[in-house]
Design a protein around this ligand. Structure first.
Ligand code: GLY
Length: 560
């Protein structure tokens, strides 16, 4: 009987007729920002109200998150931005961190060649050269419209007047308190025992931002800020030099584009694995009628998991920084390759990851981060994901400058086959080299339907970013959920290794899970974390905007 459903589903692979779905998130008529903190969404939205465009709002939101959400917002990390202008032009910016020039391939291994636990996450060697300030200046120079002074004014004011501690933030600070004290000592600002509704002021960060406003991006990469930062890091045993900072540049890259049914999807190309993995997964599931199978049904979960398993196997083998390794993007995303990858899929039985290797490609080759989505009144759209990697990054907080540093070096593959903090394994393509960018899973994504802007999507969550973004798109397009419902819906995740399906806690029915087990699927039975934290915007048929702000955090939509 189940086999029949499967055959029927393949044959009827036509898109499910899109029903009109009532929005359940915030709806605005002109412009919107959805981000991890109400303060940042409001600042971004107000910049647009003052006449700024989505790119001005991007600069404001990114830096406001550095103030209001030090857990992942940053100027000590990096990110990716994908955009679509109202005229349909698309582009992407890579402001990902880089390995310092003194980095070496084996820097996280002991003399026997084994990975030293914690060295790539908890020491000053974990810190990559930050890209965020270069990123926002590149965006502003190419696409912005308001003066930087107007954009930075509310951000600096927020740092000076302070930010209210939420219940969730109090918990984060409690959880990470000892780790922050361990590397910075008890006097660091962020070691304060803050309680819900306390206000944290960030005077040092305000001063840093003021100097950046006066002296431009060079302040961060060549000026007083650079000197203070390198001095601080050297005292802590880091290897980042003034030369590393002076050499850093954000890079405009061609985004990765692919079609799924009548959608055109624009996402981030390497050094993010996000766009390629998303393309592979969506192309592998395209022949199946997920709508007919049902949202989060046993069969939908099987199809998606098997596609994820295969895409993540390829990720581990082939993906890295395109400036250093040749990546067979065309072959990895070709229809014939992807349909051959699913040829051994069997609806009656799980594949095991031990049976799945990367495909044969001919070369001619805590989980934290934060995402925000923006649409302005002209229809320009920005999807940006930014990170210091772990919650509060490396925990190194330079009190003189007022910000946390990333521990992004852990996103490299310290040793082939050895998992990083997300359990992701990598290979030679993602090995450490001086000046190289570490592979990312960040997947800022923009979706068009019939040539019109349809969705802006993205999420934090390390390796679960890609599968969260996937589910947001499918939840709207295949399962007809509103944007907010699509964000709220429980999620699941598979990443090839470890060979486990992780489900969000208490959200999937036991019969479905029992049936999957009976077919040989291995289920993560430990208490499972939330998967992703989506902040998305959907363009409704009347061109108004529905925000999907994730209740799993303090995330909020704002607009007008
Ligand atoms: N640091 C998480 C990522 O870039 O995927």
């Amino acid at each position: 009987m189940k086999k029949k459903v499967f055959v029927f589903s393949i044959i009827c692979s036509c898109s499910f007729a899109q029903q009109k779905i009532a929005p359940t998130g915030l709806v605005t008529s002109k412009a919107m920002v959805v981000s991890a903190r109400a303060e940042a969404s409001k600042i971004g939205s107000e910049i647009m109200k003052k006449g700024g465009n989505a790119f001005d709002a991007m600069v404001a939101t990114e830096l406001a998150l550095a103030v209001a959400y030090p857990f992942a917002g940053n100027i000590g990390g990096g990110g990716f931005m994908v955009y679509r202008k109202s005229n349909g032009e698309v582009g992407s910016l890579d402001y990902r961190e880089k390995a310092p020039l003194a980095a070496t391939k084996k820097m996280f291994l002991d003399k026997d060649g084994n990975v030293v636990t914690g060295k790539s996450t908890e020491t000053a060697l974990a810190i990559g050269v930050p890209g965020t300030i270069a990123g926002v200046f590149a965006v502003h120079e190419k696409l912005g419209s308001l003066p930087m002074s107007e954009i930075l004014k509310p951000v600096i004011a927020l740092a000076e007047t302070g930010v209210i501690v939420t219940q969730k933030q109090q918990k984060q600070l409690e959880i990470y308190h000892d780790a922050i004290v361990k590397v910075n000592g008890p006097k660091t600002l962020m070691a304060g025992k803050f309680k819900e509704n306390d206000i944290i002021k960030y005077p040092a960060l305000a001063s840093t931002l003021k100097r950046i406003l006066t002296n431009g991006k060079d302040e961060f990469y060549k000026g007083e800020t650079a000197k203070i930062l390198v001095n601080y890091l050297q005292k802590k045993g880091g290897i980042m030099s003034l030369e590393d900072l002076a050499n850093y540049e954000a890079k405009w890259r061609k985004p990765l584009q692919f079609d799924y049914k009548d959608l055109k999807i624009t996402s981030m190309a390497p050094p993010s694995s996000g766009g390629i993995c998303l393309a592979q997964i969506m192309k592998m599931i395209e022949p199946f009628n997920l709508a007919d199978m049902g949202h989060n049904s046993e069969q939908s979960i099987q199809v998606i998991v098997e596609a994820e398993r295969r895409a993540y196997a390829d990720r581990s083998q082939f993906l890295g920084d395109p400036d250093f390794v040749k990546i067979p993007i065309k072959a990895l995303t070709s229809d014939s390759y992807l349909s051959s990858r699913m040829s051994n899929f069997n609806i009656d039985k799980a594949c095991l990851s031990s049976e799945i290797r990367e495909g044969k490609i001919t070369y001619n080759e805590s989980m934290e981060t934060t995402h925000y989505s923006i649409v302005d009144s002209q229809g320009n759209a920005v999807a940006a994901t930014t990170t210091i990697n772990d919650g509060f990054g490396s925990k190194y907080y330079c009190d003189e400058l007022g910000f946390f540093l990333n521990n992004e070096m852990d996103d490299f593959s310290a040793k082939p086959g050895s998992p990083n903090m997300f359990g992701l394994v990598g290979n030679e393509a993602n090995s450490i080299a001086p000046g190289k960018r570490m592979l990312s899973s960040m997947t800022p994504t923009i979706v068009e339907k019939n040539g019109k802007l349809f969705m802006v999507v993205g999420s934090p969550g390390g390796s679960t970013i890609i599968t969260s973004v996937l589910q947001a798109i499918l939840n709207v397009y295949e399962y007809n959920l509103s944007m907010q419902e699509a964000v709220n819906a429980p999620r699941f995740h598979h990443q090839w290794l470890p060979d486990l399906i992780t489900f969000e806690p208490d959200a999937f029915d036991n019969i479905t899970i029992g049936n999957l087990k009976a077919k040989g699927y291995l289920i993560n039975e430990r208490t499972t974390p939330v998967i992703g934290k989506l902040d998305c915007i959907l363009v409704l048929p009347d061109n108004s905007l529905e925000g999907g702000a994730d209740f799993r955090g303090d995330d909020k939509a704002a607009g007008f």
